[in-house]
Design a protein around this ligand. Structure first.
Ligand SMILES: Cc1cc2nc3c(=O)[nH]c(=O)nc-3n(C[C@H](O)[C@H](O)[C@H](O)COP(=O)(O)OP(=O)(O)OC[C@H]3O[C@@H](n4cnc5c(N)ncnc54)[C@H](O)[C@@H]3O)c2cc1C
Length: 517
């Protein structure tokens, strides 16, 4: 029911581009700027002879400056800060569109031969500058790799090309095969299947269906030397380390994902929702932990703090917990029985679950909600920061992140909800808003992120649960991974010794120099 509703209910009230990247909202009032690049320093130019080579193997090549600016804009706040002041993020690059796996491999080989940076670009819905060509070179647009290749009905495994957008993918899956992946990121219609895997994303129903890394049965990758490798066609394996996981979350730094095999689930016919109010965020977290640790896995388990309970549900005096599940009625009812037992003894109020679920279903795919309720002056900046940590650290992290970012001059308000839960911990999804003198926007922005990450690294939290790293979080990766960071650098060095794949990202050293942010 919830999975089915996601396809029948218009994404963002229908306000998006079908089958191609949707520009961020600010772009409508912002023609390409003529000022200096805000996020490029030293760029690698693509020589005329190389352009001819690229044109001979690819579906299309674009070099016009305005077109490059439009075709590299993403949903990151850091991009919008420069662009809305007339300073485009990354105007100097060549956009190369590819239509099949052979074209991907041919373009990678050309970049390898000429030592050109190569940045994969898909839906461009990332919120971290992950697909920006910060050193110029080639942007490899994979959006034409856009079809379901096959469906194994007995095993319920779908094989899909990486550039297919989520709404078209799920519509075909549901209507032709009666199944769903259950993967519902809030940007599902403006992002691609390959982008989900490249960023290690999570959908709103992940407590039931898992994150994308739990869904990938296998994937094909064009490696930085231009060869293609295929990883996995089986449910589980004990044949050395799981090499599929190396590429899930690699954000285009280790290769180009061209094809994925994903497990699917029968399309549920039945769903039910419950909602409760808690006196404190801590009491709500405790209920979530107890539900998971008793073995229940409701598809939706979202706890909103006082501020967000007000803005999202008009229930400002409480910490609202929404629980919903879909699937076989016997399993859903068993899950709900556990929820009612746990929450009955802890919540201060029982709310109208059906009404709260209906409201959430109606609004959950509307983009840009973190700024709701704030007057957006010229110096207003809003962003989101999703992290994961054990239950034993979550409340302290909530308190300390809110306090640390609110202590940064210019911060208006920090709030959070718990959005994805596990037996051992959960994801907290913070919304940060600031209002400063317009020229100080980038300064406030970095100070706010520095403040949040100091807390997260001190507590040993995952600094991202599902958005990834990109440019934004690159400075925090080495301290966050600690003694494990050297392994990541060694893997990069082994697979991409020339360092051409998405340089400047994931906190990895870049042979092309230092990044700007
Ligand atoms: C309003 C909004 C809500 C969001 N909600 C969620 C959410 O609920 N859950 C969630 O997980 N994310 C969410 N996101 C973030 C974003 O949608 C995801 O990170 C998404 O997976 C990115 O996919 P994309 O196709 O847009 O990739 P892009 O933005 O084009 O690229 C992202 C990164 O992946 C790399 N990449 C893309 N495709 C490939 C490929 N085929 N091979 C190798 N590398 C590749 C790029 O190089 C880049 O580093 C949200 C974003 C917005 C704007």
């Amino acid at each position: 029911m919830i999975s089915r509703q996601t396809v029948t209910h218009p994404f963002n009230r229908g306000d998006y581009v079908v089958g191609a990247p949707t520009p961020p909202r600010w772009a409508a009032a912002c023609p390409p700027g003529t000022g200096p690049a805000s996020l490029q320093a030293a760029v690698v130019e693509v020589a005329a002879g190389v352009l001819t080579e690229l044109r001979s193997v690819a579906a299309a090549v674009h070099t016009d400056r305005d077109e490059v600016i439009r075709r590299t804009r993403d949903w990151w706040a850091g991009t919008s800060i420069g662009e809305t002041d007339g300073e485009p993020a990354t105007p100097d690059a060549v956009i190369v569109e590819v239509a099949d796996e052979e074209q991907v491999a041919a373009v990678v080989r050309i970049c390898r031969a000429h030592g050109l940076p190569l940045t994969v670009s898909a839906g461009r819905s990332n919120v971290l500058g992950a697909a920006l060509p910060v050193f110029g070179g080639v942007v490899l647009d994979v959006c034409r790799l856009n079809r379901i290749v096959s469906f194994d009905a007995e095993s319920m495994i779908v094989e899909v090309q990486a550039g297919m957008f989520g709404d078209l993918f799920e519509k075909e899956l549901q209507e032709e095969h009666g199944v769903t992946t259950g993967h519902w990121p809030s940007a599902f219609a403006i992002s691609t299947v390959g982008g989900w895997a490249a960023c290690r994303g999570a959908g709103q129903l992940s407590t039931r269906y898992g994150k994308i890394e739990d869904m990938v049965v296998g994937l094909d990758v064009v490696l930085p030397d231009g060869t293609t490798a295929s990883y996995g066609t089986y449910p589980r394996a004990a044949v050395g380390p799981d090499l599929r996981q190396l590429f899930i979350g690699s954000e285009g730094t280790l290769g180009v994902i061209t094809r994925l095999r994903l497990r699917t689930h029968r399309l549920p016919e039945y769903a039910r929702g419950l909602a409760y109010g808690f006196g404190t965020f801590a009491a709500g977290l405790d209920a979530c932990r107890e539900i998971l640790q008793r073995g229940a896995t409701p598809a939706v388990l979202r706890l909103y703090d006082g501020h967000e309970s007000g803005t999202h549900f008009a229930e400002p005096g409480t910490n609202l917990l929404l629980i919903a599940d879909e699937g076989d009625p016997a399993l859903v009812e068993a899950t709900m029985a556990v929820v009612e037992e746990v929450c009955g003894g802890r919540a201060t109020t029982k709310l109208d679950g059906a009404a709260v679920l209906a409201r959430w279903l109606d609004e959950r795919m509307i983009v840009g909600k973190s700024g709701d309720g704030f007057a957006k002056g010229p110096g207003f900046v809003a962003d989101t920061c999703e992290i994961a940590a054990p239950w034993s650290a979550l409340q302290a992290i909530y308190d300390e992140v809110v306090a640390a970012v609110e202590a940064v001059p210019g911060t208006l308000r920090v709030s959070a909800h718990q959005s994805h839960a596990y037996t051992d911990g959960a994801c907290l999804y913070f919304s940060l808003r600031g209002e400063v003198d317009r020229p100080r926007r980038r300064e406030w922005y970095r100070a706010a992120w520095d403040a949040a990450n100091e807390v997260l690294i001190r507590h040993g939290a995952a600094i991202s649960h599902h958005h990834g790293v990109g440019l934004l979080r690159s400075p925090y990766v080495e301290p966050a991974l600690g003694s494990g960071f050297g392994t990541l650098v060694a893997v990069k060095q082994a697979l991409d010794p020339a360092g051409i794949m998405n340089p400047g990202k994931l906190g990895l050293p870049s042979p092309f120099g230092a990044v700007r942010d």
